[in-house]
Each structure stands twice: as C-alpha cells, then as structure tokens.
Ligand binder design. Structure first.
Ligand code: 4AZ
Length: 240
C-alpha cells in the first residue's frame, strides 16, 4: 500500500517521543554564531575539546572548576567565534591564570565555578551574569550549549555546537533525585521524563535564562534519564 507523504509524516510525528532526537542530548545545532557569540570551547593544545565556557568579559571566561583544576593555565586553549570545531574560524587564546571558587573539591559538593583570564581579549559580545535569583524559579526555561555527547553511552561527539531548552526544576524535585543536592550552590534542570540534558564534555558550558548566565554545567547521574536532572552551578551565589 502507498500512503501519501503527509500521512507518513503524521505517522512519524506520532510515534516519535517528544524529546527523542539524539543531540547536547535532545537539542539542535546552533546555526549562527550571533545566537551565542559568547560561547567558547576549552581545548588542549592539540585541539581536543573537553569543556565549554562563556565569555563574561573580553578576556574573562566563566566555566566549571572541575574543568580546569587538574590542568595548568597555559595548557588550556580557549576558542571563541567557532561553531564547527573542525574549522579554524574565530579566535583562540591560551589562559594566563585562573581563579577557582574557595573551597571547591568535587562538583557534587558545589562551588563548581572558575574564572579564566585570557592572554588575548576576544572580540565577541559577552554574556551578562544573572543578577537576581528569579532565574531559578521552577519552570523558567534556560538554554544550555555544548559540544558534548548526544547520548549518554555514545562516545562519538559532534564537532558542531548544540543547544537545548530545558526547564529549571523545583528544589524539592531535585533533592528527591540527589541526596547531595545543595540549593544554595546548585540548581537542577530537566524534564521528569528525561530526554533533554547536558552530558559528558558539556561541562563548564552556560545555562542561559533571559539572556543571562544563570548556570554552569556541573554534574548529574548519566544524561537525560527520567527523574534524573542535570545539576548546574548556581552562578548568582558566586558571581555578581
Ligand atoms: C559530565 O560528566 C556530565 N547530565 C555533565 C553533565 C551531566 C552529567 C555529567 C548532566 O561532564
């Protein structure tokens, strides 16, 4: 039997779960640098991307402490203005020094934030830092950006920047998921049914609410699992 294309399309739409596309996990490709001009990749000197970050000043990058604490500043290259990491577009700079939040030990204990100073300022629009805790109201929707895994157990990474919109989760729901949850240091984002999340190598990347840096990809159990949200550094606790 031959079905008209429009009927086939409807069948496909009905049987595809809402958040099933394998992208960040469940996201889409960022098509235009102007959508996220402040997004940067943290790479090794040989160009291997291991974390994300956001320009919060021309020569200042906010990222996760756990992305940098075991590395020397000069071994970290920051790449800006480049969506496709196979290209040499945009600009890059080594890090001259970094500051990690006082008392940082592991992501699940909080304080998972670092500020990197670049050897060369970058000519891109910076991301303002959230100024009020209203950005953490449950059901505010943020956008997370990264070059990380598109599925929890698939180590293939896309060289293309991805983004996904994810709602902030209420503290009570996050505490139910994680005994270690500390509402002063973190917040959670995710759907109860899972499907959309940050994942390995998205760490350090921005969670943007109302055009401002509200969170930094920090930790979680796996990626995009049901009732297992991603955990983000609560930026307003540490930066102003
Ligand atoms: C990680 O290991 C990681 N699903 C990042 C984000 C999340 C989990 C793990 C959140 O870099």
């Amino acid at each position: 039997m031959r079905l008209p294309a429009v009927v086939l399309a409807l069948l496909v739409i009905t049987v595809t779960p809402a958040h099933a596309e394998p992208r960040v996990v469940g996201g889409v490709v960022v098509e235009d640098v102007d959508e996220a001009p402040w997004m940067v990749a943290l790479t090794t000197s040989s160009g291997y991307q291991f974390c994300g970050g956001a320009l919060v000043g021309p020569d200042l990058v906010a990222t996760a402490a756990h992305c940098v604490y075991s590395r020397t500043p000069s071994s970290i290259t920051v790449v800006g203005g480049r969506l496709d990491l196979r290209t040499d577009g945009g600009s890059s700079s080594v890090v001259t020094q970094y500051q990690i939040a006082d008392g940082y030990s592991t992501p699940s204990r909080g304080k998972d934030i670092a500020l990197l100073t670049l050897a060369r300022p970058m000519p891109y629009r910076v991301l303002p830092v959230a100024a009020t805790t209203g950005v953490y109201d449950a059901r505010k929707v943020g956008v997370v950006y990264g070059w990380g895994r598109q599925e929890e157990s698939n180590t293939d990474k896309s060289p293309l920047l991805h983004k996904a919109s994810i709602p902030v989760m209420a503290d009570e729901q996050c505490s139910a998921a994680y005994a270690r949850y500390d509402a002063g240091a973190m917040f959670c984002a995710g759907y109860p049914e899972g499907g959309v999340d940050s994942c390995i190598d998205d760490s350090g990347g921005p969670f943007v609410v109302d055009g401002r840096l509200a969170g930094i990809v920090s930790w979680g159990i796996g990626c995009a699992r049901p009732n297992t949200p991603g955990v983000y550094t609560r930026v307003t606790t540490y930066l102003s």
